[in-house]
Design a protein around this ligand. Sequence first.
Ligand code: S3P
Length: 443
Amino acid sequence: MTDSKTNPRTQYFAPSGSLRGTLQVPGDKSITHRAILLGLLANGETEIDGWLDAADCRSSLRVASLLGAGVKEQGPVLQIQGTGGTLAEPVDVLDCGNSGTTLRVFLGALAARVRFCSVTGDYSLRHRPMGRVIQPLQAMGAQIFARSGHLAPLCVQGGRLHGIEYTLPVASAQVKSAILMAGLLAETGTTTVIEQTVSRDHTENMLLGFGAHVEREWLSTGGQRITVAPGQSLQACRVQVPGDFSAAAFHVAAALVVPGSTVTLQNVGLNPTRTGFLNVVERMGAHLSITGQRLSAGEALGNLIVHSEALQGVDIHSEEVPALIDELPVIAVLAAYAHGTTHVHGASELRFKETDRITAMVSGLQNIGVDAEETADGFIVRGRGDGIPGGQVSSRGDHRVAMSLAIAGMGSQRGVEVEEWGCVEISYPRFLTDIRQLGYIGL
Ligand code: S3P
């Protein structure tokens, strides 16, 4: 959750008539964060076209400018004047707001390049686990001090790091990226990160675009080994940010549960490390079409076309989870509309997101008349098939929980009132405007 005083608003989502039309969803959040960080570290001016202008990415922007980046906003293009790899000692605490990606991924660079800084975030971020990123960075020689339990605020005294070989104990693109950044900025030794299941690989793709050499080796077990050498300089470039797949997933879900809908989502990022949700909705019975598929700077994108459809419950297994981790809240909603039971396994990571998303979604669904239960590492939803009654729920200050419950309301019998709605500013400030563009008139 974010500090509750920043999210006072309650928003009602009435049952919706059919959704129709075409939408360009906002820019990808993960890619925007990375482009700001690499832009800060590069030589020259990086242009980030189609960046996500939302609170989380503004946290990265604020941190980057305290570390010495020049920042100019020119309409949809963000210009970052890089420092060439040196980082200024920030004159204030680096406040990452609600953004785990800002705190964890920037930490890799801070550990190698900043003389001294302190890093913090909002209530939610100050309660999320940081040991997973602190420990490997300390093994590289970093001096990072944390509150008890490895919690932020953190203090960093940057210094000379050495490369390591590190096997990620949990799939985390944030931790992987922090270690790769530290490895790139280290004094000596190559750094190798091994992951058992491939997590989103935007950092690997974007480093290539900034001229770094990154070696990737695919493992027969389905994972990968990524190796970077130290002492490489980054060259500024133009980053074209695709539409955010995780934002598009809300509209896919809305179109599936609101009868009579047909929606086209344009220029959506379709990086296969992100699109596990598509496999799941197809297993549930949806028929999606993809047109205009192409590659841009190593990132796949295309248009998604989706129609409303009767859905069936499915089982989701742990090896699928990294590629759909952020879509599990909206999958819980689809499961509530489906016929039969959906059981999600191996998703205990959901408990460490902006809020505990297992508890938030299960209690949210229960409040609106759905039979749902928590398990230690996931949830079980017994779909109603015949629709959801509706009622009052809280987002608990979590943007993805808020938008998932909004979709639940749009397909429901009497609507859903979402408390603490304001947190959608974190990743999707235009959400209400966009659903209206698709014909939603219940606001
Ligand atoms: C992200 C990685 C994922 C994801 C988060 C964004 C990223 O987190 O849930 O929303 O941009 O690297 P983890 O690294 O904790 O899995």
